[in-house]
Design a protein around this ligand. Sequence first.
Ligand SMILES: Cc1cc2nc3c(=O)[nH]c(=O)nc-3n(C[C@H](O)[C@H](O)[C@H](O)COP(=O)(O)O)c2cc1C
Length: 149
Amino acid sequence: MKTAICYYSTHHGNTLKVAKAMTQGYDTDFIDLSTQQEASLEGYDLIGFASGIYAFAFHPSVIAFARKCLPQGKPVFFVYTYGGAKGTGTREIARLAREKNARVLGEFGCRGYNTFGPFRLVGGSGKGRPTQEDLQRARSFFQELMAKL
Ligand SMILES: Cc1cc2nc3c(=O)[nH]c(=O)nc-3n(C[C@H](O)[C@H](O)[C@H](O)COP(=O)(O)O)c2cc1C
């Protein structure tokens, strides 16, 4: 059972931290979409798309990558972190997954440390997030998801 997590996590690495914690102990490859816009996903049994929330949505690179590289009919899941207003969240990536006849197994989201724009002036929001408790919830989410496969 091999998992790929395709992620965009450039602000503080919050989303990558969550994705790494949840898949600890499982055979997982991480594909950084801030440096790589193409990859073959055919050989994976499970595919995660992970992103910080930027301007109320998943980063456009994740959507573009999924459009180009997600094969038909794969099981998928979504992971995100956000400062306080997740906006449309997973809506676009979920729509795209449906177009590819993917089986959507679930999504996990939690707050992440945010120093964007005015938040920087006040030392950021969501300090310390994701917490150990967030990471533990992420692990439980992934274990339950694996049980569905
Ligand atoms: C350019 C930019 C835009 C952001 N827009 C939002 C937003 O619309 N809503 C929100 O809740 N957080 C927003 N944030 C905060 C991030 O979602 C939050 O810090 C997240 O944990 C970043 O994930 P990362 O460290 O994995 O990149 C934004 C951050 C940046 C840098």
